[in-house]
Write a protein that binds this ligand. Sequence first.
Ligand code: ATP
Ligand code: MG
Length: 326
Amino acid sequence: MSVLMEVKNLKTYFNTEAGLVKAVDGVSYHINENETIGIVGESGCGKSVTQLSTIQLIATPPGRIVEGGVFFEGRDILKLEKNGQEMRSIRGGKISVIFQEPMTSLNPVMTIGRQLTEAIELHLKMTKEDAKKRAIELLDLVGIPSAKQRLSDFPHQFSGGMRQRVMIALGLSCNPRIIIADEPTTALDVTTQAQLLKLMQDVVREFKASLVIVTHNLGVVARYVERIYVMYAGRIIESGSCKDIFAHPRHPYTMGLLRAVPRLNEPKGKKLVPIVGLPPNLLNMPDTCAFLPRCPYAVEKCRQIPWPELRTLENGVHQTACHLDF
Ligand SMILES: Nc1ncnc2c1ncn2[C@@H]1O[C@H](COP(=O)(O)OP(=O)(O)OP(=O)(O)O)[C@@H](O)[C@H]1O
Ligand SMILES: [Mg+2]
């Protein structure tokens, strides 16, 4: 398996009136070719900022990428001019992002057809006629009935689920190598959510692309991803294969996340246990493990040593940022 993109020691900070917010603080991960990975963690842990940083979509000010590299197609794309031609052709071209809220990403006063053909003409240098054909194919592919007729509709004429499908079509319109789906499904009901993830997985396979699913729900990614990265307070605190993480989580936070989501293979009626407490204030981070105040397993050592770095476990793949063994 070859690595398609590698993020190394990424740090993205925000200068706010209240102080410096270390939203992403030393994140490293990679995506292989033809692979689906999940980035999981509670609201505010830095999932979106990480993804936006990789394609230089962080507004400066208040944000700033202070350190790190994003290696894609043989070079560090963080070194490219933020709004230069090369970066723009990667962003929305080779790497496309499907955002959380379709109503804010789709243009309400432009037809679905125009939004699609515009993207296709721009990135694939197709003629108007070919772009229209491609737009219909893409809408078909994502399961929009009577695609040809619906090209002249506006976003508000589509249901929430349909708009998500249009967003996926738009995300695919430029034949990307990587699709980043940033919680594309939270506003939808569980059945639609499952259908859309399945759809995304299918189309990504057909396109031989890689998919990054960003979500706060570990249950959501379980069926779709090969590997998982768990984030907490701006860092990755556990990573491994989906199978290993579900079978034997090695960080108390991940254990907590697992107890908090319904699991398919467990008896009905099993109680879900939310993680007690709140994530730390990123303005005022302790030197010790950021999960310490919420950790049911914390021992004296945890109060004395700095936040442990990720360490690799015996199978050589699974990593945890906890010094305890579980
Ligand atoms: N423009 C900004 N200015 C200041 N702080 C910001 C800005 N954007 C993000 N942050 C902070 O960075 C941290 C990480 O935010 P991010 O959006 O990455 O969280 P997330 O994990 O995607 O959460 P969610 O699941 O709610 O989408 C948060 O504490 C947030 O307040
Ligand atoms: Mg987010």
